[in-house]
Design a protein around this ligand. Structure first.
Ligand code: FAD
Length: 451
């Protein structure tokens, strides 16, 4: 017979764990967390590489030093997570061309300003377009980037630093500083600390049978009275309520079939939200051949193909002597690299590095290529709402369907795409469900009173 719980939480990433914690702290103990992977953390994930811990998913605590305190920064401080200040605004002064020359800072700064102006102009037009499509037709289209340096800057601006073009809630609310997690226990240490407050642990391991790993939910049958979940291994679970914390990419992928299907307004909202793919490739070297020191943590490669091994970072600030470089690819380039062998990717990356630093640099001794797009429990890296989205869109993505509640970074209107977005979304959903449970209790009490 099916296992019955009051509330089932699907997914043990930061949003699922924070939702579960809110419930547990408010006396809702009869919970069950079903996680598809063999570990908690979801898109917060470390791996041992080249003798240190590297973060395959979230790596920065973004939004620190402002008027309000980022709750994830608070968690990091209270759990003693090691971090280091990281500033990629200097990257624009370290732009290499294909022959290894660094663009003079004047040219780089001018191109940067031009790109910011053009992006702002484009945004303004999109805003106008929202109100008056005819006006848009009359105006000149903003210049499109063409040269390698313009393409490189366009990539950095749009895939990393949109804050220069339009206000980003994370920076507005929490401040503009960013800290890189540099802790052997990983970013996921925060999640373990949080889980420990309400799940039983022994010797640092979660032993609570309310957390079930390797449970891939494949079917969700929902009715007025209850929800039944079926996992890939044939187990059946029943609950009064379910909180679904899987990513927007997973919702789009149909990994889980809903019976009856989700209503149209829900499906349409889910389809409309873009999924961003963001890939950090790690390369280990026998020794350093890149410049270090102040302002040199990040460097850029300008190539005629947009986003082709553009954005580089060395890990000397986080782990001195680790001799590791990280190159970040996004979207189309991420998908292309995920589909090829790591050896091919290594060759491409080495060719790029040899263009920048000369032919006599050593070969990388190891490479690590995360595959977020092809991971069926993620299907991408994070949600990306269109800049001028209708607020109804997020409301619909977040809105419960009967007894089924939705959470995850994609349900956070202000902070989607971030760890703090997932964390706050979980708290929000946990509280919304508590409210629902209390309402039901009151209804039940008044009925028994009448009897
Ligand atoms: P998830 O962490 O995805 O949790 C959902 C869980 O559901 C997963 O554990 C998954 O395994 C599980 N699941 C999926 N399907 C099923 C199923 N059918 N049955 C059961 N379980 C299932 N944020 C920052 O703040 N700073 C950064 O620097 C940063 N960089 C990033 C870099 C990368 C490469 C990526 C991928 C993300 C990055 N992010 C960053 C975003 C951040 O990691 C996410 O916003 C956040 O971790 C999402 O948490 P979540 O709980 O919403 O989702």
């Amino acid at each position: 017979s099916p296992v019955r719980s009051n509330v089932i939480i699907v997914g043990a990433g930061i949003s699922g764990i924070s939702a579960a914690k809110v419930l547990a702290e408010n006396g809702v103990d009869d919970i069950l967390i079903l996680e598809a992977a063999d570990r908690i953390g979801g898109r917060i994930r470390k791996e041992e590489f080249g003798g240190v811990s590297v973060e395959l998913g979230a790596g920065w605590i973004a939004g620190v030093g402002g008027k309000e305190c980022n709750p994830v920064w608070e968690l990091a401080r209270s759990s003693g997570l090691r971090t280091c200040f990281s500033d990629y605004s200097n990257a624009r002064y370290n732009i290499y061309d294909r022959s290894g020359k660094i663009f003079p800072s004047g040219i780089a700064a001018d191109s940067y300003k031009k790109a910011v102006d053009s992006a702002m102009e484009k945004l303004k037009k999109e805003e106008v377009n929202n109100h008056d499509a005819d006006l848009l037709k009359l105006s000149e289209p903003p210049s499109t980037p063409k040269t390698p340096i313009e393409l490189a800057i366009d990539f950095i601006l749009h895939d990393f630093e949109m804050a220069e073009v339009e206000p980003i809630s994370t920076y507005v609310d929490f401040g503009e500083r960013e800290f890189l997690v540099a802790d052997e226990r990983g970013y996921e240490h925060l999640l373990h600390k949080m889980a420990e407050t309400f799940l039983l642990t022994s010797e640092g391991k979660i032993m609570d049978n309310r957390l079930k790993l390797n449970k891939v939910v494949r079917e969700l049958q929902h009715s007025r009275n209850s929800i039944t979940l079926t996992t890939e291994d044939g187990c059946i679970y029943e609950a009064n309520y379910v909180i679904l914390s899987v990513s927007i990419g997973v919702l789009q992928s149909h990994l889980i079939s809903f019976r009856p299907p989700l209503p149209r307004w829900k499906m349409e909202a889910i389809e409309k939200c873009d999924v961003m793919v963001y890939t950090k490739i790690f390369l280990k070297f026998p020794y350093k051949f890149w410049p270090c020191g102040p302002g040199k943590e990040f460097f850029i490669y300008a190539h005629e193909r947009r986003g082709y091994y553009t954005f580089w970072q060395h890990m000397e600030n986080a782990y001195p002597g680790s001799n590791i470089l990280v190159v970040t690819l996004t979207n189309g380039e991420s998908k292309r690299v995920e589909a090829q062998s790591d050896q091919e990717t290594l060759k491409e990356a080495m060719d790029v590095l040899r263009n920048m630093f000369g032919t006599d640099i050593p070969d990388a001794t190891d490479i690590l290529v995360p595959r977020w797009w092809n991971n069926r429990f993620q299907c991408g890296s994070y949600s990306n709402y269109p800049i001028y989205f209708n607020h109804q869109l997020v409301d619909n993505i977040k809105a419960p369907v009967g007894r089924l509640f939705f959470t995850g970074e994609h349900t956070s209107e202000r902070f989607n795409g971030y760890v703090h977005g997932g964390y706050l979304a979980g708290i929000d959903t946990g509280e919304a469900l508590l409210e629902e449970l209390r309402k039901e209790e009151r209804k039940h009490d008044s009925q028994t009173f009448l009897l």
